[in-house]
Design a protein. Structure first.
Length: 85
């Protein structure tokens, strides 16, 4: 059974990932699903040890920024509505 998930990414990353997915005849959703499956299927000491790290480096620009602080419900709602405009 498929479930919907809302994720936020830098727009340039989304554009590059969409282009990559289209070039390989796969939907962006299935590409993300594949990457998450690869990420969660192994025992990795750090994010850099994962086999997808090289692919992520290719499609991303600049340094990787991991945001670990959760946003407030109010901020999440504001981000969601601003992205729909």
């Amino acid at each position: 059974m498929d479930a919907k998930v809302t994720l936020s990414f830098n727009q340039s990353i989304i554009d590059q990932a969409k282009a990559y997915a289209a070039q390989h005849n796969i939907s962006l959703s299935r590409l993300v699903e594949f990457l998450l499956k690869q990420t969660t299927s192994g025992n990795y000491q750090s994010l850099e040890d994962m086999p997808i790290a090289d692919w992520v480096d290719m499609v991303s620009e600049g340094t990787t920024e991991y945001q670990t602080k959760s946003k407030s419900r109010k901020d999440l709602k504001a981000d969601y509505y601003s992205s729909k405009q």
